[in-house]
Design a protein around this ligand. Structure first.
Ligand code: UD1
Length: 417
């Protein structure tokens, strides 16, 4: 099992080019199932979640290649509609394959995703929407089978919560359904807009991506296209947080500042300087960070739950008290126990974290609990005095391409062993 060894503290300085967004590429890889011919996906990050998605596509019969951050998928040869348990379990977000498989094959079999590191992961919204579109659903022995032998039918779906995954699954199922599907209270995340852009370039008729009402006019079929994945806003937030806690100064290249406005405003309030220009952000940390007013995680364009662990780690080193309310996932704060090993003073009361900033961290052995919680430990370690050993880094590899060499280029003393 590999580990990250980080000797701190070191002030981060330099330039970093932000990778393609994980949460954009995963649904787009699923979407290629609907395409005739080849889809070429550029700026595809090298992540274990991407490899797992490609393995699902291969299992289903698609031809896939992945080289130099370009993934090419040919779904013409797809012959299977079952995602086996072993592949489902590797990645809870494999649920986004459901809508595309059902749309393409008229049936889909997945295993129940159960819970994950962040808490329960229900898929009731996905299931009820697909039922409304005409799918018959049978559950048993840990498997869920969806059947729509005569194809899915467009309908109106009112989501009780603006779920990212449910919005994506409904769009994917609706692309080739008969008639028009309207999603009310749709999620508005930039990654959904990216998937909509991909699908529309392939010939889909989707309107209103990025608003809370999305309309999909079903088409007979779509053809693969060439698409470039948007930059990962959470990875950008990670390098900002790591720079903030080390008093550094960096240039973030290949970013979309508009996707980062809520996150950027928290960094500004903490005393950081941000200047946005042409897909770049110049970021400079103050000598000492300040506390910020209450942060509440919310659906986009609110403060993203995925940036919570990174910003909370920064606030643990700020002057004064800050409060974060986690409204999306029940078990999001599991990484806080690990942060306490560095000397962080954080109290958790239900979904609220109360952070009393301390002036410094000292290194400690620690374990990743989940993807963003793991990245938060890396942020803590670059600021901490001494040698930190972080284990269970497979969580980090789900979402970060070369975090070790990227931070090393910015001046961190970091090695994977
Ligand atoms: C996506 C992101 C994840 C991010 C999350 C919230 C991907 C691959 N993952 O996950 O990184 O943290 O959005 O921004 O894009 N829920 C239900 N029933 C459902 C579906 C969801 O109760 O049928 C609940 C979930 O338990 C959770 C909340 O809704 O509490 C948010 O989930 P959702 O927006 O669906 O997140 P994901 O698509 O799983």
């Amino acid at each position: 099992m590999s580990k990250l060894i980080i000797n701190g503290p070191t002030r981060l300085n330099g330039e970093v080019c932000i990778q393609g967004a994980k949460n954009s590429v995963l649904p787009i890889l699923a979407a290629t199932i609907l395409c005739n011919g080849k889809s070429t996906i550029h700026n595809c990050p090298k992540l274990s979640d991407v490899n797992n998605s490609l393995n699902i596509l291969r299992y289903l019969g698609c031809k896939c290649s992945f080289k130099n951050n370009i993934a090419v998928i040919d779904s013409e040869t797809l012959h299977c509609c079952v995602v086996p348990d072993s592949l489902m379990l590797k990645m809870r977000s494999s649920i986004i394959f459901l809508g595309a498989i059902l749309g393409r094959c008229g049936s889909a079999v997945i295993t129940s995703p159960g819970g994950c590191e962040l808490g329960p992961r229900p898929i009731d919204l996905h299931i009820s929407a697909l039922k409304r579109m005409g799918a018959a659903v049978h559950e048993g022995y840990g498997r869920i089978e969806f059947n729509a032998p005569n194809g899915l039918k467009g309908t109106t779906i009112n989501l009780s919560f603006a779920s990212v995954g449910a919005t994506e699954n409904i769009i994917l199922a609706a692309v080739t359904a008969k008639g028009t599907t309207v999603i009310h209270n749709a999620a508005k995340e930039p990654e959904i807009c990216d998937m909509v852009r991909f699908l529309n370039s392939c010939g889909a008729k989707i309107y209103g991506g990025g608003t809370d009402t999305i309309t999909i006019n079903g088409v007979k079929g779509i053809s693969g296209c060439s698409h470039t994945i948007i930059p990962d806003r959470i990875v950008a937030a990670t390098y900002m947080a790591a720079t903030a806690v080390t008093g550094g100064e960096i240039l973030l290249k290949n970013v979309e500042p508009e996707h980062l406005t809520t996150i950027s405003s928290v960094f500004c309030e903490a005393g950081c300087e941000l200047k946005c220009f042409e897909g770049n952000i110049y970021f400079k940390a103050p000598e000492r960070l300040k506390n910020v007013s209450m942060i509440r995680t919310a659906v986009y364009p609110g403060f993203p739950t995925d940036a919570g662990p990174l910003v909370l780690t920064m606030l643990a080193l700020a002057r004064g008290t800050s409060v974060m309310v986690e409204n999306i996932f029940q078990n999001r704060f599991r990484y806080v126990d690990e942060l306490r090993r560095f000397g962080a003073n954080i109290r958790i009361e239900g979904k609220i974290a109360i952070v009393e900033g301390v002036s410094s961290f000292s290194a400690a052995p620690c374990k990743c609990t989940d993807l963003r919680g793991g990245a938060a430990l890396v942020v803590a370690a670059v600021a901490a005095k001494g040698t930190t050993v972080i284990s269970d880094i497979h969580h980090i590899k789900r979402g970060y391409e070369n975090i070790d060499t990227t931070l090393a280029m910015l001046g961190a003393n970091i090695n994977e062993v």
